[in-house]
Design a protein. Structure first.
Lengths: 113, 115
C-alpha cells in the first residue's frame, strides 16, 4: 500500500527559484526520507528526518516534518538545471514491519535554464 | 566502501518466458536487501525484502519470487512472465539495524519489457 503521497506531481520552475515539494503519509512513523531519481537511474538518498525532529538542512536542501499533520516538505533553494529529477519521500512504519520503506509516487521537478 | 551491482540493465522477454534478475552487494555483510518495481511514471512498489539468508518477505502476491542464496546476493525470478511484469526493477540494500530502516542504497535498475 502507498504510504507517502507527494504533491505536486509535477513542478516546473526557472533556474534560481526555490522548489517546494510536499509529502503526506498515513500512519505513525519512526523516520521519513527523501530520495532523488534521475531519469532511468536508481534512487539516491538525500536526507533522513526522524520523527522527533522538526527541521533538517543539508546544503541547499531543507526538510520539515510535522507529525501532527503527517506531512513533510522538501525545499530546494536556488535551484539549478542539474536539480531536474523526480523526488520521492519514503516512510517506515512505527508498527511492525520496520524493515520496510514505502515510497510515494514522486514529484517530477523540471528546472529550466 | 560498499557497492551494489544489478544486472542485466535491459531485458526484452516474450510472454511466458522465465526471468532472472540478479543483485549483489559488496563491502558489507548481513545487509537488508530489497526488490522494488517502478511502472512507467509511477512510484516504487516494494516487492520483496530480506533481512537474512533464506528469509524473504513478500509484499505483493504476484507472478514473481525472490531468493537469497548467499548473504549478499538477491535474485528476482519468474517462471512465466506476464505483460504486466514489464517495468523498471530496482534492487537496494541497507545496513541491518534494529528498528527503523535507515538509508537505502539503490542499484542502477533493470528495465524489463515483456512482449
Amino acid at each position: 500500500s502507498q504510504q507517502g503521497e507527494e504533491d505536486p506531481q509535477a513542478l516546473s520552475i526557472q533556474e534560481g527559484e526555490n522548489a517546494t515539494m510536499n509529502c503526506s503519509y498515513k500512519t505513525s512513523i519512526n523516520n521519513l526520507q527523501w530520495y532523488r531519481q534521475n531519469s532511468g537511474r536508481g534512487l539516491v538518498h538525500l536526507i533522513l528526518i526522524r520523527s522527533n525532529e522538526r527541521e533538517k538542512h543539508s546544503g541547499r536542501l531543507r526538510v520539515t516534518l510535522d507529525t501532527s499533520k503527517k506531512s513533510s516538505s522538501l525545499l530546494i533553494t536556488a535551484s539549478r538545471a542539474a536539480d531536474t529529477a523526480s523526488y520521492f519521500c519514503a516512510t517506515d512504519s512505527q508498527w511492525g514491519g520496520s524493515e520496510k520503506l514505502v515510497f510515494g509516487k514522486g514529484t517530477k521537478l523540471t528546472v529550466n535554464p | 566502501s560498499q557497492t551494489i551491482h544489478q544486472w542485466p540493465a535491459t531485458l526484452v522477454q516474450p510472454v511466458g518466458s522465465p526471468l532472472s534478475l540478479e543483485c549483489t552487494v559488496e563491502g558489507t555483510s548481513n545487509p537488508n536487501l530489497y526488490w522494488y518495481r517502478q511502472a512507467a511514471g509511477r512510484g516504487l512498489q516494494l516487492l520483496f525484502y530480506s533481512v537474512g539468508i533464506g528469509q524473504i518477505s513478500s509484499e505483493v502476491p504476484q507472478n514473481l519470487s525472490a531468493s537469497r542464496p548467499q548473504d549478499r546476493q538477491f535474485i528476482l525470478s519468474s517462471k512465466k512472465l506476464l505483460l504486466s511484469d514489464s517495468g523498471f526493477y530496482l534492487c537496494a540494500w541497507s545496513f541491518h539495524l534494529s528498528g527503523s530502516p535507515g538509508e537505502l542504497f539503490f542499484g542502477e535498475g533493470s528495465r524489463l519489457t515483456v512482449l
